[in-house]
Ligand binder design. Structure first.
Ligand code: ZN
Length: 233
């Protein structure tokens, strides 16, 4: 789970420790597996001995292990490899992920709405939230506020705190109580003074890297379920 420590590392050396047809587990990896609304990384794994390149077409997490799915068989256990993450794709997803936290925190602060889900992607991302009274102009205004915050260049910091500490923080206590009892530590993503959230995704270092948010559409999904789509300019 090295991506949790350094989101900006896109090239690294490793060794294949387990190979099952096209599925590979590496001794160390920075590839991000699909989780928490953030899609998997793609990229390449190249065997150092003969320079044979395998494309990473999917990455998943199972039993706390990260499994890389390759485009073909042939990689062997103990093979030494060099790995490269498709940085353009990953960086877009990092910018999208931090943006989703900024928008969610503003909607929550302004309306009290609960964020019920999100799905990030490279071209457009969506946020689902629960809000009975709903007005398109208000949402446009929240996006405007989000853009103003982004321009302030808030720094993003990552920290790890114990579950007991998390339970004491107002906005995190709900999350902390809902976590599995065997989880002892929680990773906290803090965006300047505007948001603090338990999270396992990859984020940019500063909000100025985001650029500007563009509101694409808002959909009604039933009585109080709203869905917002945005892209980045
Ligand atoms: Zn997140």
């Amino acid at each position: 789970m090295q991506h949790l420590k350094d989101s900006y590392k896109s090239e690294f050396k490793a060794e294949a420790v387990k190979v099952n047809d096209k599925e590979v587990i590496l001794i160390i990896t920075y590839f991000y597996p699909t989780s928490g609304g953030q899609p998997n990384d793609t990229g390449t794994i190249t065997r150092i001995s003969d320079n044979k390149e395998f494309k990473v077409i999917d990455v998943k997490k199972e039993n706390n292990q990260i499994i890389h799915i390759l485009d073909k068989e042939g990689l062997k256990e103990n093979d030494k490899v060099k790995c490269k993450i498709d940085w353009e794709r990953r960086y877009k997803l990092m910018r999208m992920h931090t943006t989703a936290h900024v928008i969610s925190s503003i909607i929550h602060k302004e309306t009290g709405a609960m964020i019920t889900g999100n799905q990030l992607d490279t071209e457009k991302s969506r946020i689902d939230f629960s809000l009975e009274k709903f007005n398109k102009e208000n949402i446009e205004n929240y996006i405007k506020k989000a853009n103003e915050e982004i321009k302030k260049d808030h720094k993003i910091t990552i920290s790890t705190i114990s579950k007991e500490e998390a339970e004491k923080i107002k906005n995190l206590s709900k999350l902390a109580k809902g976590l599995p009892p065997n989880l002892k530590e929680i990773r906290i993503v803090t965006i300047g003074s505007i948001n603090e959230q338990g999270d396992g995704g990859t984020h940019v270092n500063s909000t100025k890297e985001i650029g500007a948010i563009k509101l694409l559409s808002i959909e009604n999904k039933g009585k109080s379920n709203r869905r917002l789509y945005f892209s980045l300019e």
